[in-house]
Design a binder for this molecule. Structure first.
Ligand code: ARG
Ligand code: ZN
Ligand code: CA
Length: 405
């Protein structure tokens, strides 16, 4: 989000509801550059960008369920910008429905695209443990006197009237605030990276967060967050970064598309010699008229997560430890490093070595069952996600381990 001076906002007053669509081009170009660098042209990055130009891992686990802890930072001026808990919860519900393809409108996906419509197996929860290991609702509320704070660099800085992000390697940060007074920008995202800057995450204008009483019309169905979460996880708009049939979104199973659609087009529409998937969450149609991510988009999003945010796969910040029945020793025990190339160590605290561990794959097959040792090697396992269970007396604790290539 370097330089809001580069910010372009294209407002189309002819929109059905007068709500402009808008692109934060500065953000988006940065995002697109890193994506194109990541996926296509290793030589396009400058030195500065180099640290993010890490190749996406070849291995990606496409089946396991990943739960991403969210923190919502509500930054408000007037009380009407102080979106209440109920609306926040309704928004997370909609996000989960869309990502798990449990949305109520899957029937509206045209037959032609039903086969590629995906359950991404990515879910979201409001964090129950904060960065200081205290229990939390996963919501912060900050009153501010800065107008249009979403347009400034202040929203992500507590010292400047906003709210600092929680560690972006462990949480998805969503700021809900006023972006522009006239409501012409619904939201934007700063893509997930290896070394996150303070602003990594998503910003949604308070008027478009949650399911509004006007229901699914235009932008009131909570899908601005679905769309921006796609950007955060490395998706570009479905037609690509520019108008034209030569420019693609880098995803195989989304048809080439000339340009954006807005409003609610009648089906079918064609461009570039194929039927357009204007009901994809990454087009700019109305909330009531979008209903799918594809398998290709799922793969890309999971690959971005797996490469840049491995900790989101192995932690359980959605479960409050004070409700756990495990002994404090077991609760404290942990494995490191994780992700690992093969070797793991266990921090035992007061526990003795007199316990057993089992290692299973996600299909539940037992790969190893042995006496606990301080060092464990899984070097001979293929890259993937494994479950390691420590058994002690009548208690057990299971860890998710990522073995990388
Ligand atoms: N302005 C946004 C963007 O281009 C969000 C568009 C969201 N669309 C929607 N139907 N809610 O990133
Ligand atoms: Zn967008
Ligand atoms: Ca495509």
């Amino acid at each position: 989000m370097q330089g809001l001076t580069m910010f372009h906002c294209l407002t189309h007053r002819a929109d059905r509801v007068g709500l402009g669509w808008c692109l934060k081009i500065a953000v988006f170009l940065t995002f697109w550059q890193s994506v194109t660098c990541l996926f296509a042209q290793p030589s396009c990055a400058t030195k500065e960008e180099y640290k993010d130009k890490i190749h996406l891992r070849t291995f990606v686990d496409n089946d396991s369920l990943v739960t991403i802890p969210i923190v919502i930072h509500v930054i408000f001026g007037d009380e009407d910008q102080n979106v209440d808990d109920e609306r926040l919860l309704g928004q997370i519900r909609r996000l989960n429905e869309d990502f798990r393809r449990l949305n109520p409108d899957t029937a509206l996906t045209p037959a032609l695209f039903k086969d590629v419509a995906a359950d991404t197996k990515v879910e979201f929860c409001l964090a129950e443990i904060d960065p200081w290991s205290e229990s939390t609702k996963g919501i912060t509320r900050t009153q501010t006197f800065v107008n249009e704070i979403g347009l400034t660099q202040r929203y992500w800085q507590s010292a400047l009237g906003g709210q600092d992000a929680w560690d972006q390697n462990r949480y998805l940060n969503i700021w809900v605030c006023e972006i522009v007074e006239d409501g012409s920008i619904a939201g934007f995202a700063e893509a997930a990276k290896m070394e996150p800057a303070g602003a990594e995450g998503i910003v949604i204008d308070y008027r478009y967060f949650g399911i509004l009483t006007s229901g699914m019309s235009s932008f009131g169905g909570g899908r601005t967050l679905t769309h921006e979460t796609g950007h955060w996880l490395g998706l570009s708009h479905i037609w690509g970064v520019e108008t034209g049939c030569a420019i693609d979104d880098g995803i195989e199973d989304t048809p080439l598309q000339l340009d954006r659609y807005r409003g609610c087009p009648t089906y079918p529409q064609q461009s570039c010699g194929s039927e357009d998937m204007f009901m994809n969450f990454m087009d700019l149609t109305d909330d009531a008229c979008m209903n799918l991510f594809t398998e290709g988009q799922k793969e890309r999003m999971r690959r971005v997560l797996f490469t840049f945010k491995p900790n989101l796969w192995i932690q359980d910040l959605c479960e409050n430890p004070t409700t756990s029945s495990l002994s404090p020793d077991l609760q404290r025990m942990h494995l490191f490093p994780n992700p690992t190339r093969g070797h793991l160590r266990i921090s035992l605290g007061n526990l003795t070595l007199n316990h057993r561990i089992q290692i299973r794959n996600l299909q539940g097959q037992m790969l190893s069952y042995r006496q606990l040792d301080e060092g464990i090697s899984i070097s001979d396992f293929p890259p993937g996600l494994y479950l390691l269970t420590l058994e002690t007396g009548d208690q057990s604790k299971t860890f998710k381990i990522i073995k990388t290539d």
